[in-house]
Design a protein around this ligand. Structure first.
Ligand code: GDP
Ligand code: GDP
Length: 442
């Protein structure tokens, strides 16, 4: 599902992140706890009166910068204008309308994007301070008084926001495999996309639609139909946006959220880096099927053992997702692009596989008879039964006597047994442990 995007912009200290946290509420912790996500709270899912959207805090996107405030705000606003469907401009009742507010308001107005004006720190409900009316001068229509700390006024403001939201496009029904190509700068993402789009028949490219749809590119070849998500973001490198590293990270994460398969591109001439594991870690945590594409393979001096050695090293680097396949490609020469598509299809299938309960329990009873389940103070773990509860990613529920006895290492062992039998290459799996007679899932 492609969610509409709402961006929060404004000067430092007006309360953007406070507002953001208030609106995201509990859901934020999910985003925050995800390894690989930058500590800054930059985006989260938000819901108001049945409308879902992605809220982006552009303040969190700014790298530590010595820039003067105005240029920071310009940059934030550019990000918001290019990526959001609706923009919330946050101002501060305590400082009144500043020159920077006016400047940014004009910039936003010129863009033609819907803007909702939030006047923050209006903590006393009831009478509005006289200074409030000066915010009409920004020319953005009715200002909404809000107290982000207390949550007052956010409802009225969100009522206004959702008026401008485009319909969320439901892309779960179509039969194309949705692919996010992700990786550090310069690994060759745009070269890969350009090669793919240059060679194959492009069905839909840059069609008019909502902001985000227009950035997807669909192609068809003998291996099937594929939609590459946010290709415009990859292909057209805007100088302004490139500098904001976190912004490209954010876009990559949003692309992964919408994808069936994440193609994690690494540069063979550079090898594995910490940043690669961050990007990959996000796709893993989100339960997406994954492929690691080792690009620029043409530039490596090779003899017969080179690929195997390379692969062995990578298996160590990616040990946290030991299921992931590697494809050695070259966007420059086109080497193994067909193999890449084949692997994308394969991992997508594995990600949505359904395993019959009977077969799972056969493997389970074999596994538990070979290696006894752990015990503690005379109590031994009993796994009564397992079943697959969901796909994308394959999610298995275990019914046990004591959840605390089902240690990570034993879960790992069971996972390996399941993988050995059923494959599940290229996809994370999720285990849910449920104590019999109890309804809570851990
Ligand atoms: P940002 O830089 O725009 O993200 O601003 P922050 O969210 O970090 O807030 C800056 C300061 O304003 C913090 O000390 C907040 O506690 C305070 N603040 C934010 N919203 C409100 C509000 O609604 N009322 C009051 N009184 N203070 C607020
Ligand atoms: P992006 O930042 O990840 O989109 O990377 P680009 O596609 O812009 O590529 C970065 C640089 O690597 C460019 O100079 C490309 O020409 C080069 N490059 C990309 N793919 C290959 C490849 O397969 N082989 C070689 N030798 N160079 C490549």
């Amino acid at each position: 599902m492609a969610l509409p995007v709402v961006a929060v912009v404004g000067r430092p200290n007006v309360g953007k992140s406070t507002l953001f946290n208030k609106l995201i509420g509990q859901r934020l912790s999910i985003v925050e706890d995800t390894p690989g996500v930058t500590r800054d709270r930059i985006y989260g899912k938000c819901e108001w009166l049945g409308h879902e959207f992605m809220l982006v805090d552009t303040g969190g996107i700014e790298p530590d910068s010595t820039d003067i405030i105005l240029s920071q705000m310009r940059r934030q606003s550019e990000l918001a204008i290019t990526s959001a469907d609706v923009i919330i401009l946050v101002t501060d009742i305590r400082s009144g309308v500043t020159a920077n507010d006016t400047e940014v308001a004009q910039m936003l107005m010129k863009s033609g994007k819907p803007v909702v004006l939030c006047v923050n720190k209006v903590d006393n409900v009831g009478e509005l301070p006289v200074d409030f009316y000066e915010f009409y001068n920004l020319g953005l229509g009715e200002p909404f008084p809000v107290s982000s700390v207390h949550g007052h006024g956010t409802g009225d403001m969100l009522d206004e926001v959702i008026k401008y939201l485009p319909e969320a496009t439901d892309d779960s029904e179509d039969d194309t495999v949705k692919v996010a190509v992700i990786g550090k700068p310069n690994v060759g993402k745009s070269s890969i996309i350009n090669r793919i789009c240059g060679e194959e028949r492009v069905i839909v490219s840059d069609i008019a639609g909502t902001t985000r749809d227009a950035t997807d590119t669909s192609i068809e070849n003998e291996q099937g139909k594929f939609t590459f998500i946010d290709t415009a973001g990859i292909r057209r490198k805007s100088k302004v946006l490139e500098v904001v590293e976190k912004y490209s990270v954010l876009r990559a994460y949003m692309a992964v959220d919408r994808a069936d398969v994440a193609v994690i591109v690494i540069d063979a001439t550079v090898g594995f880096t910490e940043q690669d594991s961050k990007v990959a870690g996000y796709a893993h945590e989100k339960g997406k099927a994954c492929v690691v594409a080792v690009n620029k393979w043409d530039a490596i001096e090779k003899d017969t053992g080179t690929m195997n050695e390379f692969r062995k090293d990578l298996e160590k680097d990616f040990s946290f997702m030991s299921y992931v396949p590697f494809v050695f490609i070259s966007a420059k020469t086109g080497l193994r692009m067909d193999k890449l598509f084949e692997t994308i299809n394969y991992v997508a299938e594995q990600n949505s596989v359904r395993i019959p309960t009977g077969r799972l329990n056969e493997v389970l009873s074999y596994a538990t008879s070979r290696v006894q389940p752990p015990s503690d103070k005379g109590r031994r773990l009993k796994i009564y039964y397992m079943t697959q509860a969901a796909t994308k990613p394959p999610t298995f529920v275990f019914f046990v006597n004591r959840a605390d006895l089902f240690h990570f290492s034993y879960q790992r062992y069971i996972e390996n047994q399941i993988r050995e039998t059923f494959g599940l290459d290229g996809t994370p799996v999720v285990f849910k442990i449920r104590e019999r007679d109890k309804t809570d899932v851990k």
